[in-house]
Structures are given as structure tokens and as C-alpha cells.
Design a protein around this ligand. Sequence first.
Ligand code: GDP
Length: 302
Amino acid sequence: EKFKEGLTKTRDSFSERVNDLVARYRKVDEEFFEELEEILIAADVGVSTVMELIDQLQMEVKRRNIQDTKEVQAVISEKLIEIYQGGDESSPQLNIEREGLSIILVVGVNGVGKTTTIGKLANKLKNEGKSVLLAAGDTFRAGAIDQLEVWGQRVGVDVIKQSEGSDPAAVMFDAVQAAKSRKVDVLICDTAGRLQNKVNLMKELEKVKRVIEREFPGAPHEVLLVLDATTGQNALTQAKTFSEATEVTGIVLTKLDGTAKGGIVLAIRNELKIPVKLVGLGEKVDDLMEFNAEQYVYGLFA
Ligand code: GDP
């Protein structure tokens, strides 16, 4: 239900246009596919993904000898799910150990909803019975540490921090030690998100990651990249930049509720081969959900 609600904007524009298309065309022909292509591109599915999708649709329509546009709709849903799931073998679920410490590194550009996501994720894990600790690794942006602490208090988890301007790698060192000695289940680490200085940012990420790897072999269990769905193709560019710098294991796509271009999920998945693990569907603490391709695609049409 929440998934459906969060996709309202995308659904309103996307399904309305598809329905209108199906109503106007009775026969499945070249022009029908051309218009469908435009609708998908307008929903930010991404040009190369759209091309792939249209190709597969055309093949399937031919194979099943579908004439009536009304029947095409179900095939569209089917192929959307297939495109999403066919990306690669990676697990759609968060990689969290059943026992012992798991460390999640959260990266992303300022303003995408990184802090909010960390707060929501801490809350979600806590509700699942895990003990959680946060690391205030964004020592650069003014107010970032305070903002994380506000979330920590809100959801009832401690935050390991140092003063603004301190070395983020030192914060991570402290945080991993604290997580080990307190025997917490999950340590979620915030990082700086200034992309203006790309080289430094990436160096900092690498350094932070190295400290985590050294202090807890096998970690980080996840490197989650937070992207803002409302920025459309820009999000895709950010994803490319970050995955060049570090191994991103999953995407958190925020503000899906705030865009009519929810097709970006498919573009990210198909072009980057990185699974979308979580989606943000609002500003409230429980507005973070595990991503589910079926629910997502049905949410587009339901
Ligand atoms: P950061 O700079 O990346 O840490 O971004 P913040 O966590 O401060 O979030 C920036 C703004 O986006 C805040 O106003 C959040 O409430 C808002 N935000 C974050 N996630 C979502 C979401 O899933 N949906 C909506 N509608 N707003 C969100």
C-alpha cells in the first residue's frame, strides 16, 4: 500500500498516458511503439533501457501474435519486471549478518536525503530487533553532525562523533571500536557528500573504507549510494561517478514520492547493474521501504 501511495505521481502521469495510448490505438503497430517509447523516456526510464524494452516488447508481441493494444499492457508490465530482475545476480536484499557486526557505509551528494535515509534505516533495523550505532563521518558540512544526532535521538540510537573538521577516518576508527566493544549488530556510517571537489571526496571515501576494512575484516557489508529520484538523469551521472571511485553494492533511491519520473529505477538498474535496495517514499521516519520490482511495476499501473 505504501509503495502504491509513494508512486502516485509517477502512476498518475505514466499509466494515464499508457491508458490513453491503448485507447487511441486499436492495433499494435510501429506508431504505437513510437509513442510508447516517448512515454517511457518521459518517465526517465533512460534511452538505452527504453530501446531494449521496446525491442523485447516487439518480439514478444510478434511471438504471441498479439493484435489488440489492450493485451499489450500486461506484456509491458511483464517486460518491465524482467528488465529489472535480469540486471545481474546480485541480491536485492541488504547484506546484514545474522550474527555479529555488520557495517554499512552510506555515500552520496549533499541534499539527496542521506541523513534522513540513515535515520530511517536505523529505525527500520531497530524495529527488526537489531541494535544500531551511527557514525558521524560527515565532518565537513556545517551542521551535518548535529543533524545526524537529531535523528539518533529521534529513533533512539547513539551517534559516535568528533568535532566538525576532524578527520573522518578517525571518526570511523572510533566508531568501529565502539561497535565492537558494545557488540552492536549494525553500524551505519555517514560520509561527506561534497561533489564540487571530486578528487578529494573520492580519496576521503577510499580512506574511510580502508579504515573500516582494516578494523573489521569483511566490512563494509554494504556501500549504499543514496540518489535523489527527482534529479532524474543527474542521479545516473552521480551513480557513475561514485561507482568509478568505490564499489557501490546498492542504491537507495529517495524522494520517489516527489517525482512523476519514477522510471529512473529501471534506468539505474539496467544501465549500472547495481540493485536498488531501498526506496524513500516520504519524509517520515517509516517512509523507507525495501525495493520490490513486482510491487513497483504493479504500482505503476494499479
Ligand atoms: P542530505 O544532505 O543528503 O543529508 O539530505 P537530508 O537528509 O537532509 O534531506 C534533504 C531533504 O530531503 C529533507 O528535507 C528531507 O526531509 C527530504 N527527503 C529525504 N528523503 C525523502 C523522501 O524519500 N521523500 C521526500 N519527499 N523527501 C525526502
